[in-house]
Write a protein that binds this ligand. Structure first.
Ligand code: 26W
Length: 777
């Protein structure tokens, strides 16, 4: 038995004894999590400190991100250390089932794709020895917890994720920095999270800033019995990192958000300047020789003027500081949707970060002098994406089609001025969490056919292609069946719904947004329901349609869609006439940990955004890697998924970008409504009382057919793509009956997923943007 494991066990028991006075067997999941976490932190401490020191003299990269959706760390850390199974065994020998840690909640310091991507990148960089560290914010409350009330409404609850402690970070008070605002100065206190690589002794670092007051308590006020005012400074500082903004893809000009972004920017850069001086001396003109910074969207774009400000404060000229900044930063764009692009009103910004506004205006003058026609500031508003393209080395999109749209469309003028800056970096996912950890059964099956090593070098998974035969397909189908049984147990426990693992599992899991078209999915289900009742789908293979999605709390239409899906689910699930054919489940509180149960069990992956709207998607890759076929449009990374696996192994439908562009000006959804009676009947359930609905669904109905003052009818082309969507969906359902032919498609997806490892993505960032190489320890 591994020595490391026995030590961790011993330390866990010791921690439990002296902090909680309980034995291993008596410990609650939270107590065990705390103690085990601390024991693992002890076990890795030498490697962690050595990793930091080895890196000191070399060029490295920093990921600046307002979000990190890292999920539950305990299993993934043990997994990456290669000791998960042994630890389970050791605990089991002592009568403790490590599965009790399923009760531990996720670290959810992110909203969706962009935050999860940041987490996958850190895992990949650590695992491939690429010198990358993360900087972010330590929100006291992560993404809200979601439940549904009896009417099917989304209910939000605070996610107090450190309530029972946080064993996976160390507070490093000695590296605290000050961040100044006109009316107060706050402390940014760093918390370091180790990023434990897989099959390497390298441990990376994620440094999260937490805001605190310089003076926790105003004693004057306190002595004067003014107890509330005595805490003003404390609250005002702590408010800044109190909560993660739960908006995903709609931008809001909130003053607290400027403060968050500025703290992230300023604290991280101050920290980098400190370490630069230790490692390389005081010649700050060499900053960009040693440091590259990747901006995860524009949320940390204030770093650009902030670095210029900090360098000028050290005596550098504006022009020299500008040049350093330009070489240091690069920017990743994650969305083409106009409403998501950050544009700060200068007045608002000036009231919070006046010096930053001065520098932005100076940069804007320089730009307008060099490139009349381009702008950063327009109508007294700062366009943060433009700033990031101008004062940066590279800008990239996150899938081929998305990067093309950036050049052709969103940033056309910029591409014309700076063509050499535009790149593509197709997203990826870490195969450790999204295969090894969440699907040990499939992992073992793959190992038997291609040998070990594919979790580190996913190219090896391609070896499966030669081995797809009736034998391996039957094996795969058995694994899938087992994962469905496990998911059924989870859903029975959390949702109280009993599902049959013989059903097809058709899943759509992602944030709730109109452009993601969950509405199109549920309308097709309503349509199928009516057809089943009429006996028009005699050979329909029983299917469970599974949804998981959170809506931004203020996004009324998204909430109306959730309510509608829940009410349709209730109607269908309570109808004995279709009980053996159809189930609809909307799981509550979809998050990383839920994804780890759902994704391995899926047969069909719904990726159904109108072409040109989803930048990449990454859930699509996770589902592919676990052997689901994609029912999708030619959008985002779906395009590359179909390329890799072969179009014949996916269900591709709908209009292409070019086709949408060709029809959009003359498109009339009402014509389709009038000519397609089945679709009309489904849409009518939004208003006709078949399903209990209210004004909000009536509004959805009108938005589809009549439009509103801000959008033409059916802005996301639900009716336009509907017929081909339903065709593809029913085709997949028919094909499923041939278990060998369908299983072959699934296995082809698994075998073709190599491209979508975030190890590949991060290597491309390292080579083509940061110009850094792996450092061997
Ligand atoms: C400021 C409001 C706001 C919040 C979040 C604006 C924009 C965002 C993100 C850019 C939204 C996001 O998460 N984008 C997703 O990024 C993923 C990783 O690149 C992609 O796979 C998804 O397609 C994209 O929607």
């Amino acid at each position: 038995m591994n020595n490391n494991c026995l030590n961790i066990l011993k330390w866990t028991e010791a921690q439990l004894k002296y902090t909680y006075d309980v034995s291993l067997q008596q410990a609650t999941p939270q107590e065990l999590h705390e103690a085990l976490g601390q024991a693992v932190m002890m076990a890795i401490s030498d490697d962690w400190s050595r990793s930091k020191k080895t890196r000191m003299p070399n060029r490295k990269a920093y990921y600046f991100s307002a979000e990190y959706l890292i999920g539950r760390l305990v299993y993934s850390n043990l997994f990456n250390l290669g000791i998960l199974d042994e630890m389970k065994e050791l605990f089991a020998q002592r009568g403790v089932d490590l599965a009790i840690l399923e009760d531990i909640e996720d670290d959810a310091l992110g909203n969706g794709g962009l935050g999860r991507l940041a987490a996958c990148f850190l895992d990949s960089a650590a695992s491939t020895n690429i010198p990358l560290s993360g900087y972010g914010l330590r929100y006291k409350f992560g993404l809200f917890k979601q439940s549904f009330d009896a009417e099917g409404n989304q209910v939000e609850n605070a996610d107090d994720w450190t309530k029972f402690g946080d064993p996976w970070s160390f507070r490093r008070y000695n590296h605290t920095v000050k961040v100044k605002f006109p009316d107060h100065t706050v402390l940014a206190v760093p918390y370091d999270v180790p990023i434990i690589g897989y099959d390497t002794s390298n441990v990376g670092t994620l440094r999260l800033w937490q805001c605190e007051a310089e003076e926790e308590l105003d004693f004057n006020a306190f002595n004067n019995q003014d107890y509330l005012r005595a805490l003003d400074a404390k609250n005002k500082a702590e408010d800044i990192t109190r909560v993660l903004y739960p908006n995903d893809s709609t931008w809001e000009g909130k003053r607290l958000r400027i403060k968050q972004q500025y703290v992230l920017s300023s604290a991280s850069l101050q920290d980098m300047l400190r370490t630069f001086k230790i490692a390389h001396g005081n010649d700050l003109s060499r900053f960009a020789e040693f440091y590259a910074v990747q901006l995860n969207d524009t949320h940390p774009a204030m770093s650009i003027p902030e670095l210029i400000r900090l360098l000028m404060a050290e005596g550098m000229s504006f022009d020299d500081a500008f040049n350093v900044a330009q070489k240091t930063f690069s920017y990743t764009n994650h969305t083409v949707m106009g409403e998501a692009l950050e544009k700060w009103p200068l007045d608002l910004m000036r009231s919070v970060v006046p010096e930053i506004v001065d520098i932005i205006c100076r940069i804007d003058e320089k730009l307008k002098w060099e490139h009349p026609g381009l702008f950063i500031v327009k109508d007294n508003t700062a366009h943060m994406a433009n700033l990031s393209i101008y004062v940066g080395s590279y800008i990239n999109g996150v899938a081929e089609i998305h990067s093309q749209i950036l050049k052709d469309d969103c940033f056309k003028d910029w591409y014309y001025a700076f063509p050499e800056r535009f790149q593509n970096k197709t997203n990826g996912i870490t195969p450790r969490r999204w295969l090894g950890l969440c699907n040990p059964e499939l992992t073992e099956m793959i190992r038997q056919h291609v040998g070990t090593g594919f979790l580190k070098n996913l190219e090896l998974i391609g070896g499966l292609k030669d081995q797809i035969n009736n034998g391996t397909i039957v094996e795969f189908n058995a694994v899938k069946r087992k994962k469905k049984e496990q998911l059924c147990a989870v859903i029975a426990k959390h949702e109280g719904v009993m599902l049959n693992p013989d059903f097809i599992f058709d899943v759509q899991v992602k944030r709730l947004h109109e452009y993601k078209r969950q509405l199109m999915n549920i309308l097709s289900i309503v349509d199928i329901y009516f057809r089943l009742k009429e006996g028009r789908l005699p050979d329909f293979h029983p299917t469970v349609y599974l949804f998981g999605a959170k809506s931004a709390p203020g996004y009324a239409r998204a909430k109306a869609i959730i309510r509608y899906i829940n009410r349709v689910a209730k109607m269908i699930n309570n109808d004995p006439a279709v009980a053996d054919k159809l189930k609809v489940v909307f799981v509550q509180n979809y998050n990383c940990s839920y994804a780890e149960h759902i994704i391995p069990a899926a047969d069909i992956s719904e990726q159904i955004s109108p072409a040109g709207t989803e930048a990449s998607g990454t859930g699509n890759m996770k589902l592919m890697l676990n052997g689901a076929v994609t029912l999708g449009t030619l959008d985002g990374a779906n395009v590359e998924i179909a390329q890799e696996a072969g179009k014949e192994n996916e269900y591709i439908f709908g209009h292409t970008v070019e086709q949408i562009n060709a029809v959009k000006d003359t498109y009339r959804s009402r014509d389709i409504y009038d000519s397609n009676p089945d679709l009309r009947r489904a849409i009518n359930t939004l208003v006709d009382g078949t399903v209990p609905t209210d004004d909000a669904q009536r509004e959805l109905f009108h938005a589809l057919l009549d439009g509103t003052s801000w959008h033409k009818a059916d802005h996301y082309f639900v009716l336009l793509d509907y017929a081909s969507y339903l065709d593809a969906k029913l085709q997949a359902n028919r094909d499923y009956a041939d278990r060998l032919a369908f299983g072959r498609k699934c296995l082809m997806n698994v075998a073709s997923a190599a491209k979508f490892s975030s190890d590949r993505t991060i290597r491309q960032y390292a080579e083509e943007i940061w110009h850094i190489t792996p450092t061997q320890y």
